[in-house]
Design a protein around this ligand. Structure first.
Ligand code: NI
Length: 178
């Protein structure tokens, strides 16, 4: 188990469309998922996508009971989601603040689908089928964007709501680097 280096915006590996996972329940896939959880927890992240540690595969993880980087966020179930397919439910979009471990020190308001149906597999190959809304839906859309080579600043429409976390949210723990 290893805390891996998180790539930062500007690295071309964050802009690739990730490859689907072909084989489940392998030692390599389990090792990747372990490393991703170690890396996400070390950074107090709400989610992490394999491309953020330079791995070109459709694997994301997310979830927490409470998170110091998003103290007002409701709980999201701890999830490993592989080869995901997202389907928006309804037309409603919702604005909300996002940060990203690959874009440290900044936050921005991003419009996302308010309600979402998503499907995929866990690391054992078990099928995952869920409906999500609010922060859960936002986290899934943010992480799956990483698999498409999209970072949240590319989704910002109102750049007056994009800035340094330390200025926008001075009450957040200054030891959090995002
Ligand atoms: Ni991110």
């Amino acid at each position: 188990m290893t805390v891996r280096e998180i790539l930062k915006m500007g690295d071309p590996r964050l802009l690739r469309v990730a490859q689907p996972v072909a084989e489940f329940n392998t030692p390599e896939l389990h090792a990747l998922v372990h490393d991703m959880f170690d890396t996400m927890h070390a950074a107090n992240g709400a989610g992490l996508a394999a491309p953020q540690i330079g791995v070109d595969l459709q694997v994301v993880i997310f979830g927490f009971k409470s998170n110091t980087r998003y103290p007002d966020a409701p709980q999201v179930p701890e999830t490993v989601l592989i080869n995901p397919v997202l389907t928006p439910v309804g037309e409603a979009m919702e604005d909300g603040w996002e940060g990203c471990l690959s874009v440290p020190g900044l936050r921005g308001v991003v419009p996302r689908h308010a309600r979402l149906h998503y499907e995929g597999f866990d690391q054992f190959g078990n099928r995952i089928v869920r409906d999500a809304e609010e922060f859960h839906a936002r986290v899934v859309q943010h992480e799956v964007d990483h698999l498409l080579g999209i970072l949240y600043p590319m989704r910002i429409r109102d750049f007056s709501k994009f800035g340094y976390t330390s200025v926008l949210f001075p009450d957040l723990d200054p030891n959090e680097d995002d």
